[in-house]
Write a protein that binds this ligand. Structure first.
Ligand code: ADP
Length: 898
């Protein structure tokens, strides 16, 4: 890059920029960080900086934008939060003494996955950086995983590694962790080009790491890992951190391995569909299961709760250990209250430990640490009280409250220190003799100054003469202009002139000023030295601190779950052991929807799967509550396996290995996939990977295509599930014709969500799930609830009746035939005797169906034509509302015209 015409500074800049082509280079010049060239042009736009130029008058002015050094953190945050990287270039020598160009170098590369400060919300979010490598397994190699993955939260030091069979699993895992950045091997057999593409498509930040230098630290942190690929991926991740952070990272904990299969697995789609950590519609925490459960008091607790939620357990013993502790807290309001009250005083110990390791802990952080530690003895005492459940007592005994550290900080550091650690006022009186002696000297000087002022007033006869101090001029005597002639000639040396006064010094004052400054400098240095020694002591105790943080986080989560269990009337679920896959949820509720409704408005439902029932076919009108019913089952399973109590009166569950969902019409039009394509792709995930231990929720499968092929596919899928998978499945459908399948498939049971037609033809949803099939879909009644014009609804009713009469033969001969060639659906049953579905007065049109269209009045015809043109696959709810409004308007306009 560097050319002959460049100034030495730009040569130096390019040498650095060439090493960090994908980062914004913040190049330190005096009090500013400068951006140059493309960085300046792009950065000025994103950061709203003024774009100027260096060498403005030359042939090629260099675009430039400056950021004041004291405000740099905020600008870095904006760029990094937007997915960019920032390389901080500092002056490595004092410009005043440097010969030639001041040496500069990158001191840190800040990236989305390594960011430690700034917008971390309430601290309840982890910030994960992951690395993935290929293991070198050959395709189809059943015994060997294809990918090794490691991840870390640099702000807490938590490091984990696992191996995964396939790319989808890697993507799901990265999605579940909400990783901010993924490190991949730049080249060689560990590189994963196809995965890189898939990660890039999702808009995640990718970074490449080249070679790894073996080091004692890497060996120490990875020594638990057995597989070569596991070691390599962790080493790659750590090397990336060392290269970018360029400082000691002593808070990183030795890697822990885990097996994805040891947890209840669900993919990204399911996590979103179930609103587990954020509301799928709003993308906010509010309206999610996490928000409902999050009664944690500490940031560590919040993070752990989220980890439990995205990784529920499968091991019964571990689940029961959590359940028992939740139960103990639930039954002991007093102990729980005391523990939670103390936890409110506990700051983010994991992040404080990390700051200690990185050397960024200031005196205020030390005070936060002290306050946190001071809360622990009371918390511990509450757990150890005589009446307390032994499980909690045991947890109390396991706590090391780090009293030594708390008392060290208490003795050494003042309760309200300044942010700066170099300007004194940090150290408690009585902690250090030297600091005390400097303080004494300074206090003595204050006395001297007061006496000196008095003496000068008397000597000059100027009663308002003052001895003062300011930062720029030090100590001085201030005399107002009218009194200047009273000063003895030659004794006072002018320092500064103001409008109304002059400022002077004298030899005695100067002498004392020097004494004061010397004492102050010594005091600052000594206080800083003492502060560093306290900080070093904290650093020595990082492991103990991290252990305490983990124990408090666990207690925090358990107490939170107990809170939720009590306040929301959750009960403790029991589990089946062995092969029995039966399931019973008595009076279950969807906790999030329940919380949004008024008290008593939620209709609880029983869910029962006998061991030989595998598939529940749930029918009922739209809006009846089918999807709420099935989500409720999934949420109960997630809650139960994470160790929480569940929203039901009584629950007995088998342990599930995976949950698959296909719920709702979330079009993926951005990626060019229609509703139907998405539907089928999501269904396929379940059909490929589900086992007899899985839970499958399919909502309205087949809706995205024409009626008959949709219904045919739905039926074929149900039969495939029945014959091949034997997973516990809830299949909600508005194709009530499918309910006939239960007649000749013993594993399929019909349920329906009740709805009632009132005397005036209004549809009333009961939200009550009952055994048996629904007789019809009530589509026209739901449309009536949406307020469509009455005559249109009449027409629809007539068309429906005609279609049903006409279509019965077709369906029978065509679509709803089971694979065993038996006719599945006596679908005209019940329809033949149907009375008019709702009462909206005499029908205006009395004609055979084939002529219905011809005899419509023009307004209705227009409305129907408009309806015909609608592409349901692309209709948003808002557009649907607008459409209904338009249809109404068409009719009322027409009414006025005629
Ligand atoms: P469907 O899947 O049958 O179209 P949903 O499950 O989406 O219906 O439910 C529609 C709405 O009905 C929900 O948003 C909720 O407001 C309400 N609802 C569903 N189930 C219940 C219930 N058990 N108790 C009370 N309200 C419910």
């Amino acid at each position: 890059m560097a050319t002959k015409e460049q100034t030495p500074m730009m040569v130096q800049y390019h040498q650095i920029k060439d090493q960090y082509p994908d980062a914004f280079v913040f190049y330190r010049m005096g009090d500013f960080y400068e951006l140059f060239e493309d960085d300046a042009i792009k950065g000025a736009k994103i950061l709203e900086l003024t774009l100027t130029a260096r060498n403005k008058n030359s042939e090629n002015p260099i675009p430039m934008a400056g950021i004041p050094h004291h405000a740099v953190a905020a600008y870095i945050d904006i760029l990094v939060d937007a997915g960019h990287k920032v390389a901080i270039v500092e002056q490595m020598e004092d410009p005043a003494t440097a010969k030639g160009m001041v040496k500069r170098d990158v001191v840190q590369l800040i990236t989305p996955g390594t960011k430690m400060s700034g917008k971390t919300g309430d601290g309840k979010e982890n910030n994960f950086l992951a690395a993935v490598v290929a293991t070198g397994a050959r395709p189809g190699d059943a015994d060997q995983a294809a990918f090794a993955l490691a991840y870390i939260d640099l702000s807490t030091g938590e490091l984990k590694a696992t191996e995964l069979d396939e790319q989808n699993a890697v993507i799901d895992e990265l999605g579940a962790l909400e990783v901010k950045e993924v490190v991949l091997a730049r080249e060689g057999e560990r590189a994963t080009p196809a995965l890189a593409d898939a990660i890039g498509e999702r808009g995640w930040v990718v970074s490449y790491q080249g070679t790894v230098q073996p080091s004692a630290t890497i060996t120490y942190l990875t020594k638990e890992l057995k597989s070569a690929a596991g070691q390599d991926v962790t080493a790659l991740l750590l090397q990336y951190l060392f290269d970018t952070q360029k400082r000691s990272l002593d808070h990183i904990m030795p890697v822990q391995t885990y097996q994805r299969q040891a947890y209840l697995v669900f993919n990204q789609v399911t996590r979103v569909n179930l609103d587990l950590v954020e509301n799928a519609r709003t993308k906010q925490k509010a309206g999610s299961l996490f928000a409902l459960l999050d009664e944690t008091k500490t940031a560590m607790g919040g993070r752990l709760l989220k980890q439990w939620l995205i990784k529920p357990l499968k091991n019964l013993e571990a689940i029961r250990a959590r359940q028992d502790a939740v139960a103990a807290f639930k039954d002991d309001f007093f102990t729980r209250g005391t523990v939670q009250d103390q936890l409110k005083y506990v700051y983010d110990l994991e992040r404080l430990a990390a700051k200690a390791a990185l050397g960024t802990l200031n005196a205020r952080d030390l005070v936060q640490l002290k306050r946190s530690l001071q809360a622990v003895p009371d918390l511990q005492a509450a757990l150890l009280a005589e009446h307390v459940n032994p499980i909690l007592q045991e947890a109390g005994r396991a706590i090391d409250p780090l009293l030594d550290l708390a008392s060290l900080i208490d003795q050494a550091i003042v309760p309200e220190p300044p942010i700066s650690v170099r300007d004194g006022d940090l150290i408690q009186p009585g902690y250090d003799e030297l600091v005390d002696s400097y303080n004494q000297a300074l206090a003595d000087n204050q006395d001297w100054l007061a006496a000196y002022q008095q003496q000068e007033r008397e000597a000059t006869g100027i009663s308002n003469l003052k001895v003062k101090y300011n930062k720029n001029f030090g100590y001085f005597i201030e005399v107002t202009k009218v009194n200047l002639d009273k000063l003895e000639e030659g004794r006072y040396h002018r320092k500064q002139t103001l409008t109304n006064a002059e400022r002077f010094t004298t030899p005695e004052l100067k002498e004392h000023e020097d004494l004061i400054f010397a004492a102050q400098t010594k005091r600052f240095d000594r206080e800083y030295e003492l502060f560093l020694s306290v900080r070093a002591k904290v650093k020595e105790e990082i492991t103990r601190l991290q252990t305490l943080a983990q124990k408090l986080a666990r207690l925090d989560v358990l107490a939170a779950l107990a809170d939720v269990a009590e306040n929301r009337h959750f009960t403790k679920p029991s589990f089946k052991e062995g092969e029995d896959r039966s399931l019973m949820i008595k009076q279950g509720r969807h906790p999030v929807i329940e919380s949004l409704l008024g008290p008593g408005e939620y209709v609880a439902n029983d869910v029962t799967f006998a061991d030989d029932t595998k598939i529940q076919l749930v029918t009922g009108p739209n809006m009846a509550g089918k999807s709420t019913y099935m989500r409720q089952v999934a949420l109960v399973v997630v809650l139960a396996q994470m160790g929480s109590f569940v929203p039901a009166d009584e629950t007995i569950l088998p342990i599930f290995d995976q949950i698959f969902t296909r719920i709702g019409a979330n079009d993926d039009l951005v990626n060019g996939r229609s509703t139907f394509m998405v539907e089928m792709a999501e269904a396929n995930l379940a059909l490929q990977d589900a086992t007899a231990q899985s839970l499958i929720l399919f909502d309205e499968l087949g809706r995205g295509t024409a009626t008959y092929d949709g219904m045919a596919l739905a039926q074929a899928i149900i039969e495939y599930l029945d014959t091949n998978l034997h997973a516990t499945t809830i299949f909600a459908t508005h194709y009530h014709e499918l309910t006939a399948l239960a007649n000749n498939h013993p594993a399929i049971q019909n349920f329906h969500v009740g709805a009632q037609l009132t005397a005036d033809g209004q549809l009333h949803f009961l939200h009550q799930v009952q055994p048996g099939a629904a007789d019809r879909s009530y589509g026209i009644q739901v449309a009536a609830l949406a307020g469509l014009p009455k005559s249109l609804l009449h027409n629809a009713e007539q068309i429906l009746q005609a279609l049903e009469a006409q279509g019965a033969g077709q369906v029978e001969g065509d679509a709803v035939v089971s694979s065993s060639q038996t006719v599945a659906a006596p679908i005209t049953d019940g329809l033949a005797q149907e009375v008019p579905l709702f009462n909206i007065g005499p029908a205006p049109v009395e004609a055979p169906v084939s002529t219905v269209a011809a005899s419509l009045d023009p307004a209705d015809q227009k409305a129907l034509d408009e309806l015909d043109r609608v592409n349901l696959n692309q209709l948003t709810p808002l557009a649907a509302l607008n459409l209904v409004a338009k249809l109404q308007e068409m009719r009322s306009n027409d009414g006025q015209n005629s």
